[in-house]
Ligand binder design. Sequence first.
Ligand code: PEP
Ligand code: CO
Length: 452
Amino acid sequence: MTVTPSTWSPRSWRDLTALQQPQWPDGAAVDAAVERLKASPPLVFAGEARALRDQLAKVIDGRAFLLQAGDCVESFNELSTMRIREKLKIMLQMSAVLTYGATLPVVKVGRIAGQFTKPRSEPFERIGDEEIPSFRGHMIHDDARTAEARVPDPRRMVEGYNQSASTLNLLRAFTKGGYADLTQVHLWNKDFVSSSPEGRRYDQLAGEIERALAFMAACGIDLVSERRLHEVDVYTSHEGLLLEYEEGLTRQDSITGDWYDCSAHLLWIGERTRQLDGAHVEFFSGVHNPIGVKIGPTATPADVVELAERLNPLRVPGRLTYYARMGAEHVRELLPPLLRAVRDEGHPVLWASDPMHGNGIRTATGVKTRRFDAIMAELDGFFNACWEVGVWPGGVHLEFTGEDVTECLGGADDVLEEHLASRYETLLDPRLNARQSLDLAFRLAELMRAPR
Ligand code: PEP
Ligand code: CO
C-alpha cells in the first residue's frame, strides 16, 4: 500500500520536464515502440515487488542487509549464460560472507535485466575534431564512437525488453534450479579467485558453513526439505531513466488495482533526475514498487524530507531507499544532517551507501577509474555516520562484475595504473572485479560487526 496521486497516470510525467532523455528523431516510431511494450507480458509481477518491499522493511529495522550490485550498464552484445552466471556467483559468494560474517539475512538485488540506460554529465564527447552525442546506453543507441552510431533508435527499447526477458529467465532458473543451493557454497569460488588470499579465506568460510549444515543434519534437522537452503530470491533493479520504456511496462495489478512498473522489482531515480518538480519524481510517485533515490553531496535536509513526502506520503516501510553517494571525503560531514532530518520527520527510509559514484577519478592518461581504498573509505564513513545518528546502515549499492577485469585500482589484488589497460572492458564506469568484490565483502562484514 502506498498512494497514487489523483492527478497521476502512467503518462502524467509527459507534462513535466524530463532531464536526460534522448532526442528521438522520429516520434511515430517512439509511439510504436511504447505500444509494443504495452502489449508485451510484464517482466516482473506486482506480488514479487511487494515481497521485496517487505524484505526492505526488515532491513530498515536492522534485521537484514541490502546487497545491490551489478554492471554500470548492461550491453546488448553480452547476453551470455556464462556472464550472467558469473555475476550471480559473486553475488552469492558476497552474500554468504555477509550472512555468515554478520549473522544477518542479505536481501539480494541485481543491477540487471534492464540496466541499459545511463545519465551523462556531458551531452557530447569529442572524437578528434568532431563532437558526437555521449553514449547513453544500448537501449538508446550503439556505443561505437561515430555520429551515426549515436542516433537514438526507439526500436532498441523493444530489444532491451527482449534481452531483459532472457536474462531474467536465466536468473530465475539459476536461483531456483539448484545452482544457488547452499550445498554448492564451495563451487561458487572461481579459478582465478580461489588461488588468491580472499579466495582461500572464502574457502575456509565455505568449509565452516558445510560443517554447520552437517551438524544440523546430525541433530536430525531435515535439510533436504528446507526450501530456503536450496533456492534464493534475487530481485532485479535498474535506474528508471528512460520514461517511455517505464511507461510502456507499467500495469495495473489485478489483485489490488494499484499501478506497478513491471520492468523490474525496484527502480531508482538517479542523482541527476531527482528534481521534486521533475518528470521522474512524478512518474515514480504513482507506481507501487520499492523506489530508490541517489542522494549526492548537494542534497539538503529539506530535499530529502520533501522527496520522502512526495514518494512515500503514507510512510510505508520498504517503499523508499536512499543511496548516499557523497564521496569518501565528504560523507562523514554531509550525511549525518540528512539522516537526522529524515529520522526526525518519522520517515521510514532505508539508508544504503553507493560508494562508487562519488569516487570516480581519472588517471594522468585520462582513464576513468576508482580506488578501492576510496570505496572502502566511503563505506567506513557511511557506517560511522549511521552509528553516530543511530540509524541502521542498511546496505550497499555497487558496480561489479564476475569477470577478472582491471578497471578499479587497488584492493588485495593491487591493480596498478599500468594494469588498467590490460582488461578494461566496461562500457562506462569502472567496476570492481570478482576478487575486489569478495575482498570488499569480508571488510564489510567486519564493519557490520563493529560496536553498534
Ligand atoms: C549509476 O548508478 O550508474 C549512476 C549514474 O549513479 P548516480 O545517479 O548516483 O550518479
Ligand atoms: Co555507474
